[in-house]
Design a protein. Structure first.
Lengths: 447, 193
C-alpha cells in the first residue's frame, strides 16, 4: 500500500466533522506547535521536510516562509490559494470537500509559524458549495478553541476567513489573487515587490496552495526529517494527482513522489489503464499549462529510463523531450484523440482567461485561438504551423505574469511532437471532416 | 441622473430606489464586511456581488451595481469594472437556471460537445440563449474542477457530474418542476463527488 498522509482518512464516515477528525489524530499539529514549539521551529521543520509548493511552481515552502518580512507593528497575512482553475486539476476541491479540517488545521499551524493574526482562504467562486463546507469547519474550530483568542492558552490568537472569487483563472496567480481579495479586477502586479514584502493591503504576505498548507500538518507531526525520507531525491513527500481523460478510473490519487508513470497509468491501484484497452497516445502530466508528451516520452525519458512522477523526472530532457509536474493535473489521451482539436480547447481557454494587461499575451492568445480554430475547421493554410510557432515564441518570457508562458508552452509542445497531425488537418481537410476525435457520452457508457 | 451602461442597459431611477436587500441578505452582507480590517471593506465586493446577484433576479443590473456601491461606499465604476471582469457575474438577464457546461480538454474528450448539442436540441435554444419561458439559459464555460467526473455541468451551487443524456433529462425535469431561480449561494447544493 502506498504511503498516505493527506487522504488516509477520506473514506471515514463523518471525517468532515471536527469530532471524527480529531478521533483520527486531527489537530495534533496545532497542539504540538502551539504548546511545544516556537514559530521559528515550525519554519525549520518545514525547511527540513523539503516540501515544495503544490500549486504548480514547486518552490520550496520553507524558504518562501523565511523570506517573509517582519517589520515591527505591521500585520502579516497567510493567504491560501484555493482558486484551482488549471484545467485538469481538481485535487484541492477533493481535499477541501472530503477533509476540510485538514486545511483549517494547516492554516492555524502555518499562521502560527508566520506570526499571522489573520488568514484568508481564497476559493474560486464556482466552488461556492465547498466554501460552505469550509465555513462550517471553521465554525467548529472556533467552538473547540482552535481559532479565536489565545488558542489553547498559548497566547497565539488567530482568525481565518473564506473568500469566494468571481470566476477568473488568472486569480490563481498569487498577485492577481491578492488584487481580487482586495475587491479589484484580477490583474497581476508587477514584481518586485513580492508578496513576502508587500502583499495583501501592502503587508507582508505568504500565499500557499491548499495542498501545501495541508501537508504542513503531517510534517509537524512526524518531523521534517522523517517527511524528507518519503519520496525521491528533492521531490519529497506525497503528492495529490488529479487523473482525468481516457482512463478507467479517473479521480484524485495520493502518490509517493517517485512512482513510475507507467505504474500510475496502468495499475489497478491508480488509473486502471486506458478505456476499452485502447492505446495511449499522449499525456499532459501537470495541468493544461505544461507541455504535452507523446506516449513513448511519458513512459520513458529520452535516455530510455522509466519516467517517474517527480519534479525532476518529469522535467528530464527540458522542453525538448520532457514536461513538468506542475499542479499534478494528469490528463490522459487515447489513440482516438485529436491533439490539434484538444490544443484548440486550451488555446480558447487561455484567450478567455488572459487579463489583457500585456499585449503579447492579450493579442497572442487571441491569434493562437483564431489560427487553431481555422485549422480545426478545415481552413488552415500551410503557413499556419510556422505562424503559430512564431506567435507562441513571441509571448513566452515577454509578459508580466506566467500566464503568457502557460499559453505558449502547450502550443509549442503540440507542434514539436505532433507536427504531422497539424499537416494532416491542413493538407487533407476532407479527411477530418465529420470525424469525431474523442469518445462520445454513449461510447463511454458502453465502455 | 441617468446613465447608460453597456449600450443596452438603461439606468432607471425608480428601479434603483426599489433595489434594497432583504433583512436576511443585509445581515449576510454585514457579516462579510466584518472579515476585513478597518477601512478595507472594498474587499467585500466580490462576495457581496454574489449575494446581490442571487437577491435581484440572477443578474447584475446597473441599479443593482449602483446599490452595491452605495453599501460599500465606493464608486459605481469600481463595481462595474469588477463585475465585468469576472465570468460568474451576469450583466444581462439569464434564465432561472443557468446551465453552465464545461467544454475544456478533460470534458471535451469525454463528450462535452455531445452534451451541449443534446441540451440545444432538447431545449430548442442555442448556446448563449434563454428558453422562451425564461427557465433555462445554456452557457459553455471553461474548466470547473470536475475533470475527473467529466462531462459535467454546473447550475447554481450544484455540480452535475458524469453526465449522460439520461442524466441531463432528469436534471432538466427536476429543475423545471421546481421552477425556481438557482444561485451560487443556494444552500441546497448537491454534494456529488
Ligand atoms: C496563471 C496562473 C494560475 C495559477 N493558478 C494557481 C491555482 O489555481 N492554485 C495555486 O495554488 N497556484 C496557482 N498558481 C501559482 C501561484 O501563483 C503561486 O505560485 C502558488 O499559489 C504558490 O503556492 P505554493 O508555493 O504552495 O505552490 C498560478 C499561477 C499562474 C501564473
Ligand atoms: S501575461 Fe496575460 S494574464 Fe498575465 S498579466 Fe499579462 S495579460 Fe495578464
Ligand atoms: S475540464 Fe471540465 S471540469 Fe475540468
Amino acid at each position: 500500500m502506498a504511503k498516505k498522509l493527506l487522504l488516509q482518512h477520506v473514506n471515514v464516515p463523518g471525517i468532515e466533522t471536527l469530532e471524527v477528525y480529531r478521533q483520527h489524530g486531527g489537530y495534533a499539529s496545532v497542539e504540538k506547535a502551539l504548546k511545544t514549539m516556537a514559530p521559528n521551529d515550525v519554519v525549520e521543520e518545514v525547511k527540513k521536510s523539503g516540501l515544495r509548493g503544490r500549486g504548480g511552481a514547486g518552490f520550496p515552502t520553507g524558504m518562501k516562509w523565511s523570506f517573509l518580512a517582519k517589520p515591527e507593528g505591521v500585520a502579516r497575512y497567510l493567504v491560501c490559494n484555493a482558486d484551482e482553475s488549471e484545467p485538469g486539476t481538481f485535487k484541492d476541491r477533493y481535499l477541501m470537500e472530503k477533509t476540510p479540517h485538514s486545511l483549517i488545521e494547516g492554516m492555524i499551524t502555518s499562521s502560527f509559524a508566520l506570526g499571522a493574526r489573520t488568514s484568508y482562504i481564497y476559493i474560486r467562486g464556482e466552488y461556492f458549495y465547498v466554501s460552505r463546507i469550509l465555513e462550517k469547519a471553521i465554525e467548529e474550530a472556533y467552538a473547540a478553541g482552535y481559532l479565536g483568542e489565545n488558542i489553547l492558552g498559548s497566547g497565539f490568537s488567530h482568525d481565518c476567513y473564506v473568500q469566494v472569487g468571481g470566476g477568473a483563472y488568472i486569480c490563481g496567480e498569487e498577485t492577481a489573487l491578492l488584487e481580487s481579495l482586495e475587491g479589484k479586477r484580477g490583474n497581476p502586479r508587477i514584481k518586485p515587490p513580492f508578496p513576502a514584502i508587500a502583499g495583501l493591503y501592502g503587508c507582508p504576505t505568504v500565499v500557499n496552495n491548499v495542498e501545501t498548507i495541508a501537508a504542513v500538518c503531517p510534517i509537524i507531526n512526524m518531523g521534517g526529517d522523517e517527511y524528507a525520507k518519503i519520496g525521491i531525491g528533492r521531490s519529497t513527500g506525497t503528492k495529490l494527482i488529479s487523473a482525468s481523460g481516457h482512463i478507467n478510473k479517473p479521480g484524485v490519487y495520493e502518490i509517493e513522489l517517485g512512482l513510475p508513470v507507467e505504474e500510475f497509468i496502468y495499475s489497478e491501484e491508480y488509473c486502471g489503464g486506458i478505456i476499452n484497452g485502447r492505446q495511449l497516445k499522449a499525456v499532459v502530466p501537470g495541468g493544461s499549462s505544461v507541455p504535452v508528451l507523446p506516449a513513448h516520452l511519458i513512459l520513458k525519458t529520452d535516455k530510455g529510463e522509466p519516467r517517474l512522477m517527480s519534479y525532476e523526472s518529469l522535467s528530464d530532457g527540458g522542453f525538448a523531450t520532457g514536461s513538468m509536474l506542475g499542479s499534478g493535473g494528469f490528463i490522459v489521451y487515447d489513440e482516438t484523440t485529436s491533439i490539434v482539436k484538444n490544443l484548440y480547447t486550451f488555446a480558447r481557454f487561455y484567450h478567455h482567461e488572459s487579463c489583457g494587461q500585456c499585449s503579447p499575451c492579450r493579442e497572442g492568445t487571441g491569434w493562437m485561438e483564431k489560427i487553431l480554430h481555422r485549422i480545426v475547421e478545415g481552413h488552415g493554410k500551410p503557413s499556419d504551423i510556422d505562424l503559430l510557432w512564431d506567435v507562441q515564441r513571441k509571448i513566452e518570457g515577454n509578459t508580466i505574469c506566467p500566464l503568457g508562458d502557460a499559453a505558449a508552452w502547450p502550443v509549442a509542445a503540440a507542434i514539436r511532437h505532433f507536427r504531422a497531425e497539424f499537416e494532416e488537418y491542413i493538407n487533407h481537410p476532407e479527411r477530418i471532416k465529420d470525424v469525431k476525435h474523442y469518445y462520445s457520452v454513449h461510447q463511454l457508457a458502453e465502455a | 441622473m441617468s446613465s447608460q451602461v453597456k449600450g443596452t442597459q438603461v439606468f432607471n431611477d425608480a428601479k434603483r430606489a426599489g433595489t434594497v436587500f432583504s433583512d436576511e441578505a443585509m445581515q449576510t452582507v454585514q457579516k462579510i464586511i466584518k472579515r476585513y480590517p478597518e477601512g478595507k471593506h472594498k474587499s467585500a465586493l466580490l462576495p457581496v456581488l454574489h449575494v446581490a446577484q442571487a437577491e435581484f433576479g440572477g443578474w447584475l443590473s446597473p441599479e443593482t451595481m449602483d446599490y452595491v456601491a452605495s453599501i460599500l461606499k465606493i464608486q459605481p465604476i469600481e463595481v462595474y469594472e469588477v463585475a465585468s471582469f469576472y465570468s460568474m457575474y451576469n450583466l444581462k438577464p439569464v434564465g432561472k437556471c443557468l446551465l453552465e457546461v464545461c467544454r475544456t480538454s478533460s470534458c471535451w474528450v469525454r463528450g462535452a460537445e455531445d452534451i451541449v448539442n443534446y441540451l440545444e436540441k432538447k431545449l430548442g435554444v442555442k448556446e448563449g440563449e434563454t428558453t422562451p419561458d425564461g427557465m433555462f439559459t445554456i452557457k459553455t464555460v471553461e474548466c470547473l474542477g470536475s475533470c475527473g467526473t467529466a462531462p459535467m455541468l454546473q447550475c447554481g451551487a450544484s455540480f452535475h457530474e458524469n453526465l449522460t443524456f439520461e442524466k441531463v433529462d432528469t436534471i432538466i425535469e427536476q429543475y423545471r418542476s421546481q421552477g425556481k431561480q438557482r444561485s451560487y449561494t443556494d444552500l441546497d447544493y448537491k454534494n456529488t463527488l
